[in-house]
Write a protein that binds this ligand. Structure first.
Ligand SMILES: Nc1ncnc2c1ncn2[C@@H]1O[C@H](COP(=O)(O)OP(=O)(O)OP(=O)(O)O)[C@@H](O)[C@H]1O
Length: 246
């Protein structure tokens, strides 16, 4: 497998993330797994990036490290000139709290709280949050704010999870298989919410998917294999999410 290096001439100075030689090895001595084998990557303000790759290729590991949930074994990882690879737990906690919104495949909503209350939990602890109502309106749930998770479809629950992730106006939104548990139609409503947030708030967004059709909505598509970025494609234009099929 050839390692795709970004030529120095292509490096832009406005990179939000500047990643070089990122390596993650899990386990010790005889029982090690090399999840990332030297990833080079720059991510820019306002981009929508899709990360593709087979199961086990390292996508979640990369996303978790970008989000400060995990630390690399080697390599450099800078966020706006701050080294996250060397950050201590206290710095990583404030980074996660202030900078990053996460969306996972499963929504992790609190069943006994309404949509508004689920989002409100986060707005209480954020510095300059939007209101729960604003966040839910952005994801198209302005009419469902007082519903409990069990009264919402899977796609609606995932949009509540997105509203919860973005209510603090994070600079970075990281989504790990956000449509993995959904059918096409509901998956599209979720991707539309992600696209709208990226456009309207200018949030740098990285979305993992197994589904190559989703790549058409991105500015840039990165493919991982065996812990390396093996291809990078820039779409000439971003496809409207409603036109995607899978
Ligand atoms: N906490 C861990 N401890 C040990 N090995 C791990 C851990 N997390 C991931 N791995 C291993 O690292 C490799 C990459 O895993 P990762 O979850 O990043 O892949 P992925 O591309 O996201 O896969 P999937 O699409 O199945 O979620 C795999 O071989 C996985 O088994």
């Amino acid at each position: 497998m050839t390692h795709v290096h970004t030529p120095v001439s292509e490096l832009r100075s406005d990179a939000v993330f500047h990643v070089r030689g990122l390596t993650k090895i899990y386990g010790e001595e005889t029982a090690t797994v090399r999840a990332l084998s030297g990833v080079d990557l720059d991510l820019h303000s306002g981009e929508l990036v899709v990360l593709l790759g087979a199961s086990g290729s390292g996508k979640s590991t990369l996303l978790n490290i970008l989000g400060g949930l995990d630390s690399p074994t080697a390599g450099t990882l800078d966020f706006r000139g701050r080294s996250l690879a060397e950050a201590d737990e206290r710095e990583l906690t404030s980074y996660r709290r202030d900078v990053v919104g996460f969306v996972f495949q499963f929504y992790n909503l609190i069943p006994s709280l309404t949509a508004r209350e689920n989002v409100g939990l986060i707005t209480e602890i954020a510095r300059d949050p939007m209101t729960a109502e604003e966040a839910l309106t952005l994801v198209g749930l302005g009419e469902r704010m007082d519903h409990f998770p069990a009264q919402l479809s899977g796609g609606e629950q995932q949009r509540v999870a997105i509203a919860r992730a973005i209510a603090k106006r994070p600079e970075v939104l990281l989504c790990d298989e956000p449509t993995g548990a959904l059918d096409i139609k509901t998956g599209i409503t979720v991707l539309e919410a992600i696209q709208r947030i990226n456009r309207e708030l200018g949030t740098l967004t990285v979305t993992i998917t197994h589904n190559a059709a989703i790549a058409a909505m991105a500015d840039r598509v990165l493919s991982l294999s065996d812990g390396l970025i093996v291809s990078e494609k820039r779409n000439a234009s971003r496809a409207a999410v409603a036109s995607l099929e899978w």
